[in-house]
Every structure is written in structure tokens, then in C-alpha cells.
Design a protein around this ligand. Structure first.
Ligand SMILES: Cc1cc2nc3c(=O)[nH]c(=O)nc-3n(C[C@H](O)[C@H](O)[C@H](O)COP(=O)(O)OP(=O)(O)OC[C@H]3O[C@@H](n4cnc5c(N)ncnc54)[C@H](O)[C@@H]3O)c2cc1C
Ligand code: SF4
Length: 583
């Protein structure tokens, strides 16, 4: 194995979290920093002529190659897990910028109650209301502590939106259910597409509180505090699953890479597939990886940052035998514990008698209501805990993926009648979507698969994951609410979401997976402390949503990146002066 010269910091993964840590360390210290990214190199110009739906949207050009590595899945421990051989329920990113290149950019802050969920639910509903098999935990950080980092992240990304709670003052037109913000969004809300406007009017008529989706797609030309300028969005519609050709969508390549390019002490190695973190006597020594030519390399480093996304962070810790693997039978062990996804459904599909101009849009241009999020509503009529957001996003209907949805009254599923109806309804179909909380359960977790291996011969990650009744009831309740709104929007016909059933790997449900290396108050219940520092290996930091003890309803990236800023401050201001466990 080739041994390289040591560096101060090695970062595994070149997505939002890895490149943000690289940028903070490189710009604020004199440290040498290497990012190892197993995917390809990328830059904004690569997207200038790349709006090929088949290549990007259907064949998933920007995602991790499933032939090299996938995961196995089973619903329960007594089943045998099988490999996922075709992407469906989530889409792991790969290449410089990671999933942050082809994300939609919907950028939520979590609510104050989300950070103390276990205590909150016990206080409000009593401990006996919790599912007996839950594995809920409070976060070791509060909303107020994270607020300045949310603000920093929104300014760095140029998030557009409208505040609904400015320093405690509720403001109609914004999300009045959000936690107090210290500042307005850095850019004004995105323009409202027609369907989103219909949703907003109907929701208001029904007494709800619609607001524009917070979007990391800048609504106007914007220069962030780092001096990086980006253009306003042109609503091209080729956004989610694509990189933005004009740089309006905040992506690591257009927001962080401009700060890193040409810096002498920074190096980004694409095609570097990390296989192990090497640790001895409670100290990380560096990482082993296979480079783009297939050579085995050891990169020694004084600090290791793992930023390879939820599933890969967990797998690398398990492969490296760092920390005790979680055992659902005894409840002991921590690595792999607390796997959550997000309850994400097409709550109601509505068919209209007029065109909706769905071909225009952006990944996060839309309208939402928070009236059914968290505890914003009276749970007396609901037989579940928690909640989520109902929304309409006009991401830009594409000719292949979005063609062929017809109402139930169209009897034929092929031939002339179907074709005629599919053409008629292509631009007359709207969707009210829902995303909601996924509680942590003892039986949902990750470990190494005993049978299946990746292309290098390392065991695949095994997911043991299923929905429970809380999520099923929530999805069904929210579909009922979505149908009411669709009616008020003037829909002629409505298809209701059929129900969650078992966890289904074929239906896309967001790439928002959490857990596996959760943060907590002590090492018996968590992998990292609230600085995302490994409890037992203090020069190892595990960044990203793998640290979330459970999934609050909103999308995770803003919170994950805010936490990375927090970690960067703690490392730079304190850890470098006194290496050891941060308190
Ligand atoms: C289609 C889509 C839409 C989305 N929309 C939203 C949204 O609207 N809002 C939101 O909040 N989130 C959204 N997300 C999720 C969001 O993109 C992710 O939460 C975020 O990008 C994660 O950042 P990360 O840095 O933690 O991980 P990633 O972006 O996944 O980066 C990790 C990197 O590590 C690399 N890597 C993995 N293993 C190794 C290894 N062994 N060696 C070397 N490198 C490795 C990967 O190749 C990858 O580039 C979306 C995701 C997708 C796919
Ligand atoms: S819709 Fe806007 S942000 Fe999205 S890719 Fe097109 S121009 Fe970029």
C-alpha cells in the first residue's frame, strides 16, 4: 500500500458538509486539507448543455453507480435482506458536490420542539402515548443554540423565502409556526407558479396559513457574505436531479468551490474511494482508500472528518470497527441505531379542466402550509404523534417522467383513449404533497450485510426498515386534508394517496435518511457529541444527517450544514488549541 505524506485534515466526501468543513478550515487556519471524493470531478460549466431528461432524470447520471455499491433491505430482523438493484425510494449522490448538486433546495429550519422531541411529547401527551418500541431522543442542542448557524447557512446559500416569526413577532405570509428567526431570509420569495397560487388561495379560504417554500434557489441575483455571486432563477424546470446551468441553485460547486479553488493547502482528489478509517488507541491515524487508478493508498492525517452522507458514514464506521454496532435485540451498541427516513407522499393528485403551465418551475418553487406540522394542530382528532407539511411544488413537469398520469375515470390504461387522456391531462395535473416526521424505532437500524459485498469485496450496508402505525395513520390523515384543499382549488377529480403500507423501495420518497451515527448526551446512547465529535475517537468528526436522532418533518440539509458550521467553529476556536473531547 502506498503511504502518502501526512496532512492536518482529511475529509471523506465532497458534498455540502465535506466541502463546507474544507472551506472553513482552509480559509480560517493554515492547515493542510485534503478532500477524498469517490465520484467524478465537476464544475458549474458541466451543466451548461446538460438538460437531457433521459440521461439525468431517468438514468440518474449524477447518482452513485449501483453496480459498484448498493444497500440491502429487509422489513424485519427475521427476514433475509436483498440488494436494491434499481434506485427507487432514495437517490444517493456521487461526485464533487454530492447530492447538493442535484437537490431541489427546499430549505427548512426545524421547529424548537423538534430538538427536544422526547421531552416535549412526554410533557404534552404523557410517556404512555409513545409507541412502545420507539427509540426517540432529545437532541443535545437547542433551536436557540443553532439559530445563528441557521442564519449563516441561509446567507451562504442565499435562501429565498418570507419570515413568519421574526424575533418572536408572527408575520402573516410567512410560516407563522416556525421558530423565532434573528433575520429575514436573505432573498425574497420565489415567484409563485400558477398551481402554487391556486393552492395558496384555497388554503387561505379554508383558514390555513400558506407561505412560500423556503428555497436555496435564489429568487434574484445575490452576492453572499463570502463574496460569491449567483444569478436569479430562470424557472427552467430542469432542476431536481440536474445541476443548475446558471448557478441559481445553491450547490457546493458554485457556492463553496469558488472559495477553495487555487488554495495552496487544499487538495480535492476525485475518484478516491475510502474503505477504512484507521484508528489506534483512541486516535484516528488517517484513512485507506483506492485511488482512481485502482491503487491502495494510506493517507495519514491529524484529524479525520467523515462527510460521506448518512448511509456511507454509518457503513464506514462499521467497516472500520470504530464503536460498538447497535444490536436491536439487547438495545446495546450505538453504530447503526436510529435509522429514519421521511414520510413523503403524493397526498392528493388533482385533475383540473384548465392548463397549469407545469413545464415551468424550479425544484423548490411552491407554496406550503404548516398548520399540520408538529403540534400546530389539535391532535384530538388525530390518532398519531407529530405531523408535517402539506405543499405544492412546481418543480417543472418533464416530458418523460411526468407523462401518463390520468384520473381514475379514464378506464383504459393503454391504446387510443389512454393516449388522448394522457395528453389532455399532462398539463392539467397538480399534486399536493406531504412530508412528515418519521419517529425512531428500536427495530429500524443499519448493520453490515452478512452475504452481499460491493465491487471491492467489502460488505454492503443492510437496512432493516419499515413504517409503523404512527406513520401510516399520519399519511392517511394528511391525505384527507390534501383532498379537501384540492377540492377548494377547483379540481374536477382527485386521486387520494392509497396509504403507506410496508416500506416500499420502488416509490421515490426523498433522499432524506437520518441516523446511524446519532448525537447524544453520552457514549452509551450515541456515537457523537453535539459537536459531532466521536465520543471515543476525539480527532474523528462525523458530519451530516447521520447525527440526527430522528427525522423531524422538514428536509434535512439546512440543519446538517448549520451543524457543520457549528463544528467548524468548535474545532477552529477550541479543539485546535486543546485537542481532546470538546465540552
Ligand atoms: C433528488 C434529490 C433532491 C433533494 N432535495 C432536497 C431538498 O429539497 N432539501 C433538502 O434539504 N435536501 C434535499 N436533498 C438531500 C440533500 O441533497 C442531502 O441532504 C445533502 O446533499 C447531503 O449532503 P452531504 O454532504 O451530507 O452528503 P452527499 O451530498 O451525499 O455527499 C457525500 C459525498 O461523499 C461521497 N462518498 C460516499 N462514500 C464515499 C467513500 N467511501 N469514499 C469517498 N467518498 C465517498 C459521495 O460520492 C458524495 O459525493 C435531495 C437529494 C436528492 C438526491
Ligand atoms: S429552475 Fe432555476 S435554480 Fe433550478 S436549474 Fe433552472 S435556473 Fe437553476
Amino acid at each position: 500500500m502506498k503511504r502518502l505524506a501526512p496532512v492536518d485534515a482529511v475529509i471523506v466526501g465532497g458534498g455540502w458538509n465535506g466541502l463546507l468543513m474544507a472551506s472553513e478550515l482552509t480559509r480560517r487556519t493554515g492547515l493542510s486539507v485534503v478532500v477524498l471524493e469517490r465520484g467524478e470531478a465537476r464544475k458549474t460549466q458541466d451543466y451548461a448543455a446538460g438538460m437531457d431528461e433521459l440521461d439525468y432524470g431517468i438514468r440518474l447520471r449524477m447518482m452513485q453507480a449501483i453496480r459498484d455499491e448498493t444497500v440491502t433491505l429487509r422489513h424485519q430482523t427475521r427476514e433475509r435482506a436483498l440488494p436494491i438493484r434499481q434506485y427507487g425510494s432514495f437517490l444517493p449522490g456521487s461526485g464533487v458536490g454530492g447530492a447538493g448538486e442535484h437537490w431541489s433546495g427546499i430549505s427548512y429550519r426545524y421547529q424548537p420542539r423538534d430538538f427536544r422531541l422526547l421531552s416535549h411529547l412526554c410533557e404534552k401527551y404523557g410517556a404512555r402515548s409513545l409507541p412502545p418500541d420507539h427509540a426517540l431522543a432529545d437532541w443535545p442542542v437547542t433551536y436557540d443554540e443553532l439559530e445563528p448557524y441557521y442564519d449563516r447557512t441561509e446567507k451562504m446559500m442565499g435562501v429565498s423565502g418570507k419570515a413568519g416569526n421574526l424575533r418572536g413577532k408572527r408575520i402573516e405570509g410567512g410560516n407563522i409556526f416556525e421558530g423565532p428567526r434573528s433575520a429575514e431570509y436573505p432573498t425574497p420569495p420565489m415567484k409563485s407558479p400558477y398551481l402554487a397560487a391556486l393552492f395558496g388561495e384555497a388554503a387561505r379560504k379554508l383558514g390555513y396559513h400558506p407561505y412560500p417554500l423556503p428555497a436555496a434557489t435564489t429568487s434574484v441575483d445575490y452576492t453572499n457574505p463570502d463574496g460569491v455571486s449567483r444569478a436569479g432563477c430562470s424557472f427552467c424546470g430542469y432542476c431536481e436531479r440536474f445541476g443548475c446551468m446558471i448557478g441559481a441553485k445553491s450547490q457546493p460547486t458554485n457556492t463553496l468551490m469558488p472559495l477553495l479553488r487555487g488554495k495552496k493547502k487544499f487538495e480535492l482528489r476525485a475518484g478516491a474511494w475510502v474503505r477504512r478509517i484507521i484508528a489506534k488507541d483512541g486516535q484516528a491515524q488517517g484513512v485507506n482508500y483506492v485511488d482512481s487508478k485502482g491503487e491502495e493508498v494510506f493517507q495519514p492525517a491529524t484529524m479525520v472528518f467523515l462527510a460521506s452522507w448518512t448511509l456511507n458514514n454509518t457503513r464506514l464506521l462499521l467497516l472500520s470497527q470504530i464503536g460498538e454496532p447497535y444490536d436491536p435485540a439487547s438495545g446495546k451498541g450505538v453504530v447503526g441505531r436510529g435509522l429514519t427516513h421521511q414520510v413523503s407522499t403524493a397526498a392528493a393528485t388533482a385533475f383540473f379542466d384548465k392548463p397549469l403551465n407545469r413545464f415551468m418551475g424550479a425544484g423548490s418553487a411552491g407554496t406550503a402550509i404548516g398548520d399540520f406540522d408538529g403540534d400546530a394542530f389539535d391532535h384530538a382528532e388525530a390518532n398519531f404523534l407529530g405531523g408535517g407539511t402539506l405543499y405544492t411544488v412546481c418543480y417543472g413537469f418533464r416530458p418523460m417522467a411526468n407523462f401518463g398520469v390520468v384520473p381514475a375515470s379514464v378506464r383504459s390504461r393503454w391504446g387510443r383513449e389512454w393516449k388522448k387522456s394522457a395528453l389532455e391531462f399532462y398539463d392539467r395535473t397538480g399534486r399536493i404533497s406531504f412530508y412528515g416526521e418519521h419517529l425512531a424505532y428500536r427495530q429500524n437500524y443499519m448493520d453490515l450485510d452478512p452475504t452481499y459485498k460491493d465491487h471491492l469485496g467489502d460488505p454492503l450496508l443492510r437496512l432493516t426498515l419499515d413504517w409503523q402505525d404512527n406513520e401510516r395513520r399520519m399519511a392517511s390523515f394528511m391525505s384527507g386534508k390534501a383532498v379537501e384543499i384540492a377540492r377548494a382549488m377547483g379540481a374536477q377529480e382527485i386521486t387520494r394517496f392509497p396509504g403507506l403500507g410496508r416500506y416500499d423501495t420502488t416509490r421515490y420518497q426523498s433522499t432524506h435518511l437520518q441516523g446511524g451515527a446519532i448525537m447524544g448526551a453520552n457514549e452509551t446512547e450515541s456515537v457523537v457529541n453535539w459537536y459531532l465529535q466521536h465520543w471515543r475517537v476525539p480527532n474523528l468528526f462525523v458530519l451530516g444527517a447521520s447525527a440526527f436522532p430522528q427525522n423531524p418533518s422538514g428536509n434535512p440539509t439546512l440543519t446538517a450544514v448549520a451543524l457543520t458550521y457549528r463544528t467548524a467553529d468548535a474545532v477552529i476556536d477550541r479543539y485546535l488549541k486543546h485537542p481532546g473531547t470538546l465540552v
